[in-house]
Design a protein around this ligand. Structure first.
Ligand code: NAD
Length: 250
């Protein structure tokens, strides 16, 4: 396909899971992809595979989303490589499981640094490039955790709630530059995050039975929502929260 012709997309946390699938699907839709992760070897491997099928479509850089110097360096390199930067997917995210009595300040800060501060500095570092381009789309990963709370995930729930709120704040600030900002709230998607959260077949089966569609989501089902939000097809959509959860929060 060519739904993302003329798009240069920076994707964080692209070494595995949803981020790695977005790199593949974006390349297949004609985008140039700046695939980043703090796991450089992992993201380089993803890019090597994608470039076999779509030569020259992707490049891998090391980027720790919580480190603003990394953002400054990588956005500059991406711009020099592809001549523009008009899509950002703030996909990298982590969680810590702990009840209120157990959660440490270190765990709190680790999650907030990656899931919330990382999203904030990502947005502010791509904005100058998008302003220059006169168009841009930023997609921030929130979660259904920001809608339906569950026990033991207070810091993740707070961090993702902040992402949703930040998305709306940025949508207003960036609208004068024709830069759109939307949040995506996945439900249970089949990645390592899900497999580690539900470590046995029995638990996974139970998790699936709890879903209206009786299954978990596929990474590519999230990727195609990303394609829509990244492309000009969604040109009038900004500040929204897009839920993709098989009906879980309905
Ligand atoms: P994953 O754990 O499979 O992959 C996350 C990737 O992010 C990894 O490659 C990891 O190396 C990278 N990463 C972690 N910290 C980083 C940092 N500081 N800098 C750069 N890269 C970093 O995760 P996933 O399941 O694909 O989730 C992707 C996003 O979707 C996350 O933001 C997650 O919170 C969110 N989400 C996932 C689910 C789910 O069911 N899997 C549901 C709702 C929301």
């Amino acid at each position: 396909g060519s739904r993302l012709q003329d798009k240069v997309a920076l994707i964080t946390g692209a070494a595995k899971g949803m981020g790695a699938m977005h790199v593949r699907i974006f390349a297949s839709e004609g985008a140039k992809v700046v695939a980043t992760d703090y796991n450089y070897e992992g993201v380089q491997q993803v890019v090597d595979e994608v470039n076999k099928e779509f030569p020259g479509s992707a490049v891998a850089y090391k980027l720790n989303v919580a480190d603003e110097n990394d953002w400054i360096e990588v956005t500059k390199k991406a711009y020099e490589k592809f001549g523009r930067l008009n899509v950002l997917i703030n996909n990298a995210g982590i969680l810590e499981s702990a009840t209120f009595d157990k959660l440490t300040h270190e765990q709190w800060n680790r999650v907030m640094d990656v899931d919330t501060w990382g999203v904030f500095i990502g947005m502010r570092n791509v904005l100058p490039y998008m302003k220059e381009e006169g168009v841009g789309s930023i997609i921030n990963l929130s979660s259904i955790a920001a809608i339906n709370a569950s026990g033991g995930l207070s810091t993740y729930t707070a961090a993702k709630g902040a992402v949703t709120a930040l998305t709306r704040a940025a949508a207003i600030e960036f609208a004068p530059f024709n830069v759109r900002v939307n949040a995506v709230h996945p439900g249970t998607i089949d990645t390592d995050m899900f497999r580690e959260g539900f470590p046995t077949d029995e638990l996974r089966h139970a998790a699936m039975q709890g879903q209206p569609l009786k299954r978990v989501g596929k990474t590519e089902e999230v990727s195609y929502l990303m394609v829509y939000l990244a492309s000009d097809e969604s040109g009038f959509t900004t500040g929204t929260s897009q839920v993709i959860d098989g009906g879980y929060t309905v």
